[in-house]
Design a protein around this ligand. Structure first.
Ligand code: PEP
Length: 255
């Protein structure tokens, strides 16, 4: 079994209804058949009609950018995993650095969100990554290890096999500063090794680990050619159909 290669677009808080529909249509028109998966993670308002637009396109899936851990109830402004599942989302981004920074999400809360996501048959795209000061102090491995231990490593191995990890150095997100292919590879290999130690080399080899942080059509090929980089979580460049498709087409031809 080969591990799945994925390019996921995190639209963040961008695109009105019409703009989002136009972007999605343009992506659909340019997306050729492929064994790799494209995932669109738009704001919630787009998920319902996009599930109709993307219906039957085998290599295009939908994801959300967050969810609450409770099933339902008095949580004004929140959305549950069951609601996301009901509009055919298949993925949920969790632990994004913007959620960690602006909404103080961390540790136990993220573990509960992961549990709810998996319970409803959705796959978490779990983000981890160090800030600039940690990178400069050489603490990137320690930080990422802690994030994975707190948010994911309580899972059983069978549950963990549904998780996608996104390594996103915070200093590279939205800054135009990309991690070098060597820096990305080093961290991806480190993460895979942690998974192997926690679970098994089989599960580690099958886990999709995405790179995120100013990935664009110019640098995607080199990043995606690293042996442990299985694709990307794309912010800014996912808002332009040709850029997103160009990144999606940047995987080396698999042998
Ligand atoms: C992101 O927010 O997940 C991201 C990677 O953003 P950007 O590509 O804009 O750096």
């Amino acid at each position: 079994m080969k591990r799945q290669r994925i390019v996921a677009g995190n639209w963040k808080m961008n695109k009105t209804f019409d703009e989002g529909r136009d972007l999605a249509i343009s992506i659909i028109q340019q997306l050729g058949p492929s064994e790799n998966l494209a995932v669109l993670c738009p704001p919630f308002i787009h998920l319902n009609y996009l599930s109709v637009l993307t219906n039957g396109i085998a290599n295009l899936k939908l994801g959300a950018q967050n969810c609450h851990f409770e099933e339902s109830g008095a949580f004004t402004g929140e959305i549950s995993a069951a609601m996301l599942k009901s509009v055919e989302a298949e993925f949920v981004i969790l632990g994004h650095s913007e959620r960690r920074e602006y909404f103080k999400e961390a540790g136990e809360l993220l573990a509960k969100k992961v549990d709810s996501t998996l319970k409803h048959g959705l796959r978490p795209i779990f983000c981890c990554g160090e800030k600039l000061d940690a990178r400069e102090a050489g603490n990137q491995e320690e930080i990422v290890k802690q994030q994975l231990e707190e948010g994911l490593f309580h899972l059983e191995e069978s549950q963990f096999s549904n998780v996608v990890i996104a390594y996103e150095p915070v200093w590279a997100i939205g800054t135009g500063k990309t991690a070098s292919p060597e820096q990305a590879q080093e961290m991806h290999r480190y993460i895979r090794n942690l998974i192997s130690l926690k679970y098994s080399s089989h599960t580690a080899n099958l886990t999709t680990i995405l790179y995120g942080g100013s990935c664009n059509p110019k640098n995607a090929k080199e990043l995606f050619s690293q042996p442990d980089v299985d694709g990307g979580l794309i912010g800014g460049a996912s808002l332009h159909a040709t850029d997103f498709i160009s990144i999606f087409n940047s995987f080396p031809v698999s042998g």
